[in-house]
Design a protein around this ligand. Structure first.
Ligand SMILES: Nc1ncnc2c1ncn2[C@@H]1O[C@H](COP(=O)(O)OP(=O)(O)OP(=O)(O)O)[C@@H](O)[C@H]1O
Ligand SMILES: [Mg+2]
Length: 265
């Protein structure tokens, strides 16, 4: 496996609060990596700095060998790092098909001249986008809704539409901010299955999420933040058995954590 995203010594303060106090981690190509931690531990700040939606104070971010530190969000997206947001951002009056068609437009190489004259390049780009859209829609299990206005979908399904839109330009990695927050518990499994399918098809994900079961089921690697620092990293199994994590993340005392671990063993 090769590293697709490498974050080194990432730092960010807000008026004296060290939201990120030198965080380093790497994401392997083809993996699902979880970023967890208690409220205020710096998860959102980390992904905002990585995706260029916040200015970092220090640290280096390398995507597929290219230093993207300090670049604006649209450059980082073009370089191959896409993200989704905690609140859904899709075009609810448009069909799923049209949402996905729009998602490629800002990235595809065809210009308005190509479009106006319906050049071969334009037709090829449109065909490639359509093929990609159909593949993604199948992987997220929403084929039935391809030509339907996305406004009628459930909140969880809308999150899947936003995810498919992020995947349209063939990013190297997608960073997801709380993909199941606010989703009806009965539908969380659908999102989990969709992400697993997409990962099996080769997509790489970095996921910030509070739902521990979801993270445990999906992630090959989990990074735990606490107070702006990396507290632990490893497989979900390692994390579940790390007393520092139980203490920080679940608010347990070392004694409670030890008892919990005896129970889990
Ligand atoms: N815009 C801001 N201005 C001032 N302080 C901020 C700002 N954004 C975040 N912080 C502070 O930075 C720290 C990290 O916040 P962050 O939102 O990154 O945490 P988080 O891990 O995403 O938490 P949550 O799980 O609650 O979403 C917290 O102490 C928070 O209060
Ligand atoms: Mg957050």
């Amino acid at each position: 496996m090769s590293t697709i995203l490498e974050v080194t010594d990432l730092r960010k303060s807000y008026a004296g609060v060290h939201a990120l106090d030198g965080v380093s981690f790497a994401v392997e190509a083809g993996s699902v990596t979880g970023l967890i931690g208690p409220n205020g531990s710096g998860k959102s700040t980390a992904i905002d700095c990585i995706s260029g939606f916040q200015k970092r104070d220090g640290g280096r971010i390398v995507l597929a060998g290219n230093d993207i530190s300090g670049q604006p969000a649209h450059h980082i997206a073009r370089a191959g790092l896409m993200r989704t947001f905690q609140t859904v951002r899709i075009y609810e009056r448009l069909s799923l098909r049209d949402n996905l068609a729009i998602a490629t437009q800002q990235f595809d190489p065809a210009t308005w001249v190509d479009e106006f004259f319906r050049t071969r390049r334009y037709r090829l780009a449109v065909d490639a986008a359509e093929t990609r859209a159909r593949q993604l829609v199948e992987l997220i299990g929403l084929q039935r809704y391809y030509d339907v206005e996305t406004g009628i979908l459930s909140y969880g399904q809308k999150k899947l539409v936003a995810l498919a839109a992020a995947l349209m330009p063939h990013p190297k990695i997608v960073v997801l901010d709380e993909p199941v927050a606010g989703v009806n518990p009965s539908r969380i499994r659908e999102i989990e299955v969709a992400l697993a399918e997409l990962n099996r098809a080769g997509e790489t994900f970095l996921i910030v999420e509070h739902n521990v079961e979801f993270i445990t089921n999906l992630c090959h690697q989990v990074i735990v933040l606490d107070q702006g620092r990396k507290l632990a990293e490893g497989t979900a199994h390692d994390i579940h058995h790390d007393p520092r994590v139980l203490e920080a993340y679940l608010g347990m005392t070392p004694e409670m954590a030890a008892a919990e671990m005896r129970g889990a063993a």
